[in-house]
Design a protein. Sequence first.
Length: 176
Amino acid sequence: MTEPQHFGAALVEEATKKSGLVWVRGTGPDRALWHVWHEGAALVVGDGPGEQPLPGLADGGSAEVTVRSKDKGGRLVAWTAAVSELAPRSPAWEAAVAELKGKRLNAPDAEEMPERWARECRVLCLTPRGSTTDLPAGSLAAAPLPTPVTTRQPVPASLPRLLLKRGKKTGKAAKS
């Protein structure tokens, strides 16, 4: 490995380790995916109920990974990955799931999660292939993908009364 390639590999590893989120493009749209860096590769889990979608990422395929800065959110490095799906309950899968389980936030079934992942999800290994790729010069802004999830809903009828009660209690405590 030449000096520039060595530095590129180190940059990919350090940046990806420190970022909790990477942008991945397979044959589908770019997706922001949470991941864990383990033994020289980014590990992701998804495509099951309650987990992140992994469209366009197929075993034996490739993907473009863009790593963002954890503090500023800007693009740091982009790299090409070889995608491989880990067979459920294989030694590599067990090691990957042990790492992923510790980083999975807000899991509804923390103890049963590995069993659910084995039954219903895919665990993918994104291994850097070669050196880094050039970062795009322009903005990669795009319209959000359609989703049934929404945060806009009518305000519950009881909410204004609850907020007024809270304000009155605070006011009484301040006078005392």
